[in-house]
Design a protein around this ligand. Sequence first.
Ligand SMILES: CC(C)(COP(=O)(O)OP(=O)(O)OC[C@H]1O[C@@H](n2cnc3c(N)ncnc32)[C@H](O)[C@@H]1OP(=O)(O)O)[C@@H](O)C(=O)NCCC(=O)NCCS
Length: 193
Amino acid sequence: MVTIREEKAADIAAREVLLDEACGPSRFAKASERLREGRVPADGLSLVAVDHGRIVGTVRLWHVIAGPGCAALLLGPLAVDPVHRNRGIGTALMRRVIARARLGGHRAILLAGDAAYYGRFGFTAAPTGELWMPGRYDRDRLLALELRADALAGARGLIAATGKIEPKPDLNLLIAATDGDRRPRRARVQRAA
Ligand SMILES: CC(C)(COP(=O)(O)OP(=O)(O)OC[C@H]1O[C@@H](n2cnc3c(N)ncnc32)[C@H](O)[C@@H]1OP(=O)(O)O)[C@@H](O)C(=O)NCCC(=O)NCCS
């Protein structure tokens, strides 16, 4: 049975393998990625689908502004393991993450994706006519769902990342850990000699 739950730190490696398989290396070249890189996703809005203990689906939402002063979320990537597609997992992830965003008081969700798929969840290109993303993208694929009436009315300008900056690993700690790894090995060699 497939369950949807919040992503945990232990899921990250499996999620990245899934995204590599589902989206390929081009995923890092997407305009949406420019709004995600180096940022932390919105609290409680990273979900995974799990089947018999295996991560088979993923979706995350990120804080952005849709032009000056207009807070919104950016959705993506959404991906389902190719073996598990057409079982409703993508739909379940979408419905759950939208419901959570609504409950959390968020006003609108943006994404770059196929209207033929995302239209079923209420996403359209109508509210995004005066918005643009950093980098290259297909304008017809810039879609939005307003969670509050007219949340994007008058929204105009660049979509920009506003999420918390991802913490960087502490270089001193990494060097200390590497150094610590080396010392016992040297000691072992000396003892053996
Ligand atoms: C898009 C995706 C998440 C859908 O996941 P899923 O679990 O198979 O979706 P569901 O089972 O809920 O829905 C399947 C339906 O969506 C349709 N569908 C899937 N991708 C579609 C697309 N790009 N355009 C239009 N319809 C699409 C299927 O034909 C099927 O239609 P049906 O309900 O009429 O039979 C999955 O195909 C995927 O991971 N694709 C690769 C990654 C991707 O493109 N992600 C989105 C942008 S990064």
